[in-house]
Structure formats: C-alpha cells, structure tokens
Design a protein around this ligand. Structure first.
Ligand code: BDP
Length: 658
C-alpha cells in the first residue's frame, strides 16, 4: 500500500526540492571518498501507472488546442494567470510552443507560459477517483483547477498528476490552467543560467547543452479515473529465465501496489494468442512460464500481464480494478566485457536520438514515432539511447512492441562547465562548486533518476540506465557527486539493469574518476571533428590509442561508442572528402568502424545523431546540429546507405541478418 494523499506528496516534492530535508555532503573535498553521504534526500514519487482504459477505468484525452499566453513579467511571484486567458492565441498540445507562432517574443520567452481549457468530468464518474495527468511539462509545471493550485512538479521529462476528485463533481466543468516554466538554473537538471538583460530588462537563458531548450506541453494531457473503492497504483515485473532447462522457463517476480482496500489480487499471464498460460494470487510473488517465448530484438514477443483486484464479498467475486501490462521475458547481464542479452553476446547498432521535429519541436508525434522506427528497421539499427532525457512513454511502449533496445537516459546533460554544446572553452570555471553544480543540483538529479526508473522499470526494451551525458567526470568533486547517484540507480531498479553514463572526450581513461562505479563504458568521441578536424588519419590513431587505454584500465567492462559523428550538410559533395560533405561523413564513420572492429570489448556503436536537430541560436551552428544520418525531415544522407550495408553484415545484432 502507498500513502493515500497524492496532493500532500506533490507539495512535499516541491518543498523538498527547494530545500533538501537532510544535510547533503560537501562535494568539494579533495578526498571525496571519505566525505560521502550516501543518504540522498528522499522525495516521494508522484507517478501512478500510465493511464489506460479498462473495464474499471476511464480515460479522456485533453490533447488539442488550448488557450495560450506567456507571462512577460520578470517577477516570478506575480499572480498566476488562472482567470480566463485573453482571447487570441491557441496552442496545440502536444507540442513545444516555441516554433508554433510567428513571434520572437514567444520563441525566445523565458519564464512562465499558460495553457488553459475547460474540462468536463463525465457524469458517470461518481464512485471514481479522477486525476489530471501530464506526461511532461518542461521544465516546471503547475496545475490549477479554477483558481486553486493543485499540483506542482519540477523536471521536464517525466509525468505527474493532480487528484481533482474532491474539487469538481461528476457532471461539472472546470477551468484547467497549466503553468509551464522553462527556466534552467545551476540547481536544475539540466542546468543553465538565467540573466536579466541590463538593456531590455528581458530574461535571457543560457545552458550547456546544444539542443534547443524547447518548452511547453510536449506530451499528452489526460483526464482519467480509477475506482475509489480500491485501485492498482503500481505494478513491478522483473523477468528472469532459467537457462538450465531443455526448454527455457520464464520467471516473473511481480509486485502489485494498491490503494487502501480489502480486495484480493489475482494475476493472469496470457500469450500473444490470448491464451492464459499461468495465473497467481497475491500482491507479490513469483510466476513461472514453461517453454517461454523470449523477447528478442527484432522479435519482440510480449505476454500480457493482467492484475485484478477482486472483491470476494459477492459470489461470483466482483472485479474492482484491472490493469494490463505488456510483459517481455528477457535477461540482460554483463560478463567478460560483453553485454549478454538472453545469455548471448549482443552488438548494439544504432544512434543517439532526439525528440525533435520541425514546428512541433519536442512535441510527441505518432507519425514521426512510427516513421523513425521504420528507418531504424530499414537501416539495421537494433538500439538507441534516449539522449539526453527520458522520451515519451509511447516511444518506450513502441520499442517494447518492435524489439528495439534502449539505453534510457536521465535529463542530466551539461554538467561540465568546460563544454558549450560540444565546443570547448579552455578557461572555464570548475563544475562542482556551491555556485555551480552543487548538492541541490544533485538532489534534483536524484529525483529525475527516481522518476525515470519508476516510469520505465517494466519495459523489456530498456536494457541499461544512463545516469548522465558528458559530465565533467575528470574534475574534482565528480566522484562525490556521482557515487551516491550510482548507488541510488542500483537500488531503484529491482531488475538490476546495468548502469552507465556517456563519457566526455576530455575525461580520458587516465583522468576520469568515476567509470569504475558503472557497468558499461559509454564513450562519446569526436576525433576528426572537434579535434584533428578533417584529419581522419590522425583521428583513427587517436581513437585506437584511447580505446586501448580504456580496455587496459577496465578490462572487464564492455565499451559502447555512444557518440561519434560529423556535421554534414545534406547535398554538399566533395571529391576530396572535405568536412561538412556527405563523403566526409561516410569516410569518418568508416575510419571509426575500422578501429571498433579490432576490439572484442567494443560491443556497440551509436552514431551521433539519428537526424539533424534544432539547437540554441549561436554562431557555430547554421539552423541546428547537422550530424544526422537523416535530415531533420528524415531524408537519408549518403551515410545512411553506408551504415545499412555495414549493419546488415554484422554478427550478434540479434536481427537475424548474420
Ligand atoms: C556532444 C553532446 C551532444 C552534442 C554533440 C555535438 O553529447 O549532445 O550534440 O556533442 O556537438 O558533446 O554534436
């Protein structure tokens, strides 16, 4: 059972994020290991299971056009805009708002923006408890029912909810206003800095990652109901396999959390034909599935796990609540510098991606979702990383159904003050300081990790957690910052998935201070682009030298090259293979692949990036980052065909092409 009052939890989250309840350790000691406080401040979670329509639950989409306004005042304590918004602007949900309107003021806005619409609670919902659920509000959301604040959440890429049961009766309507704030500070994840221009008085946002800081309601908003009597709050399934049998036996450890009540819990597992293969009773237990169909890349067999609460006060028993979960049975382990998926080595092919498309920005779009996965399939990719934040839950579900492996990343990107979107500045300040990335940043980071694992723990597609992208892991303070987070990541996942982080080029095997805390070495490398620009001979030698160093320093750990790539202007050709041309991108990848193939412990290659994507305005990029193998509109560059050829010939990708 979990705590009954969601609202009190939500306010607790906000207040505890603002001022951590337990004193956090000093991150800046020279001897970091003696100064560790492993007890990170605890924040309750505000996430129930993703809403679904079942015989006991209702689901109403609140997507569509909402009234919209931005708050141009610099005073963050100004009265929230809960009165009816001025007529005029309508903003689509889901979508980032930045590129929708032809208005620089909105595009560049820093601060609160407001979405508003009228919502009716269906008449038939008496006897139900009902929630407004936001899949994401980037980066800080507030939910108002008429004039009252009912929920608040910090963190732009994970869901949260407001229980509105006691505020609006079935059959009544209310004004739903959602405030969304896009400000990033040194204590948010991802971090940034807000300054006020002395000339215009306008807020200006800077940040350390290159992708554009899209904001708004980029994912769906729902109104949904659950039975008041008792409902299923959470389900955890941990799959395993007994390999000793002739026919493999699937094992499922499960836990069902419910609200207070007296019903009994029944579990059914059905196969893809809908036949029940096994049943169980009780809030937790272990179920076996003889002759199990394994979940594999490219062949994603999914069972259906159904949990029901039954009231035995009637005969036959009455179903109080029911929820179904797709269930993939597979194992993931690290052994002898290999990643074992279902007990066999797997080689990862694929990309770092972004949620990014023209006009919608980071808005979830099912057409792009399906088309992107079609392209992954076409090119022979078996995996991707959710660089640099958790993606929409629909993406994870689609990966489950289509057999794509996912390295699931937190929004902790930009924790290296030496980097500005991939372009180094030599005399940058230290990263881990009280004025920089500090204990409060780490508390926000820990909360982002908790919410990521809570949301995605049941997905068979998720094979690894990435705790951060390119932190300054070579700087003083990095170990004190990351050691508790690595411990937390292990504690959070009952399935014990491997953990990793994407390592920054400047933090080499000789200077990095945290890689021993992780299971898999994910390395982002840009020899030939940010260093040895255009000189692929030197790039190949430097890459080989570095991989040798990592292999010797961490002999048991597998290596994935989690980023390598070159900006490429689609349609630009060069007979001499000069940089920015399609020929250079092909040659660059080819040099890297030649080196990878000489290392048995290199077990994956994720090209940066799947597609061109929008970046912050700056003098180093022309209309975004062009390292895509596809353009932003998803047209192939020459490298797409080269990758397709290579990946279709590789062993151990699990795609049946070898
Ligand atoms: C890496 C970052 C990635 C950038 C990439 C680049 O991890 O987010 O987009 O560089 O500069 O440092 O293309």
């Amino acid at each position: 059972m979990r705590s009954p009052s969601l609202l009190s939890l939500l306010s607790l989250i906000t207040s505890s994020l603002a001022s951590p309840s337990s004193p956090a350790p000093n991150l800046h000691s020279r001897d970091a290991t003696t100064n560790l406080n492993l007890s990170l401040p605890q924040h309750p979670l505000s996430i129930n299971l993703k809403p679904q329509q079942t015989s006991t639950r209702d689901l109403v989409s609140l997507d569509g056009l909402w009234s919209f306004a931005i708050d141009n005042t610099t005073n963050s304590t100004a009265t929230p805009w809960t009165s009816p918004l001025p007529k005029g602007l309508e903003c689509p949900v889901p979508a980032s708002y930045n590129d929708i309107f032809i208005d620089r003021n909105i595009h560049d806005h820093v601060g609160w923006a407001y979405y508003q619409r009228t919502v009716a609670i269906p008449r038939g919902w008496s006897g139900q408890r009902y929630f407004v659920r936001l899949e994401a509000a980037t980066h800080h959301g507030r939910v108002y029912v008429n004039d009252d604040l009912v929920a608040e959440h910090v963190g732009g890429y994970t869901p949260f909810e407001a229980d509105v049961t006691d505020r609006v009766n079935p059959g009544e309507s209310f004004r739903l206003t959602i405030g969304v704030n896009n400000e990033l500070t040194h204590e948010t994840i991802p971090p940034g800095t807000v300054e006020v221009s002395e000339y215009t008085g306008r807020k200006v946002q800077t940040y350390l990652h290159d992708f554009y800081n899209y904001a708004g309601l980029a994912r769906s908003v729902w109104l949904y109901s659950v039975p008041v009597e008792q409902y299923i709050e959470d389900i955890t399934v941990v799959p395993d396999v007994d390999w000793d049998e002739d026919a493999e036996t699937g094992i499922v450890h499960y836990t069902v959390d419910t609200s207070n009540g007296t019903g009994s819990i029944e579990i059914t597992i059905a196969d893809e034909e809908g036949n029940t293969v096994t049943t169980a009773s009780g809030a937790n237990g272990t179920i076996t599935i003889p002759s199990v169909h394994l979940w594999q890349p490219g062949s994603a067999y999914l069972y259906t796990f159904t949990a029901r609460i039954l009231s035995t006060s009637t005969d036959p028993p009455r179903v109080v609540d029911t929820y179904t979960l797709p269930l993939g049975i597979r194992t993931i382990a690290i052994k002898d510098a290999q990643i074992l998926l279902n007990n066999a080595p797997i080689y990862l092919t694929g990309f770092g991606k972004h949620e990014d498309s023209p006009i919608r920005g980071k808005g979830h779009d099912t057409a792009y979702l399906v088309h992107d996965f079609e392209l992954l399939h076409w090119i022979g990719a078996n995996s991707f990383r959710t660089s640099h934040y958790p993606y929409a839950e629909e993406v994870m579900e689609y990966a489950d159904r289509h057999g794509i492996l996912v390295i699931d990343e937190t929004p902790a990107v930009g924790l290296a003050y030496s980097i500005g979107g991939g372009v180094s500045s030599a005399d940058s300040p230290s990263t881990f300081t009280p004025e920089g990335i500090n204990n409060n940043t780490r508390a926000a980071h820990a909360q982002a990790l908790r919410e990521l694992v809570a949301r995605d723990k049941n997905h068979p597609s998720v094979i690894m957690w990435s705790v951060a992208n390119e932190p300054a892991s070579d700087e003083e303070g990095a170990r004190a910052y990351f050691e508790p987070l690595a411990t937390l990541a292990r504690e959070l996942d009952p399935a014990g998935r491997p953990i990793t982080f994407a390592n920054l080029g400047q933090a080499t095997y000789a200077t990095d201070t945290i890689s021993d805390l992780f299971d898999v070495l994910c390395l982002n490398r840009y020899f030939g682009w940010y260093s040895f620009t255009g000189d692929l001979d030197s790039a190949g030698i430097a890459l080989k030298e570095e991989l040798t160093g990592w292999s010797e320093t961490y002999p048991g750990k597998p290596i994935i090259i989690s980023e390598y790539g070159a900006d490429t202007l689609a349609g630009l050709h060069s007979v001499m293979g000069l940089i920015w041309s399609e020929e250079f991108q092909i040659e660059y990848l080819d040099v890297y692949h030649g080196v990878f193939d000489t290392f048995d412990n290199v077990v994956g290659e994720h090209v940066w990036n799947f597609a061109d994507f929008q970046t912050k305005e700056g003098i180093q990029r022309v209309d975004g980052n062009k390292k895509g193998v596809f353009t932003r509109e998803r047209r192939p560059k020459g490298a797409a065909y080269a990758l397709k050829k290579r990946w279709s010939g590789l062993n151990n990708t699990g795609l049946g092409t070898e």
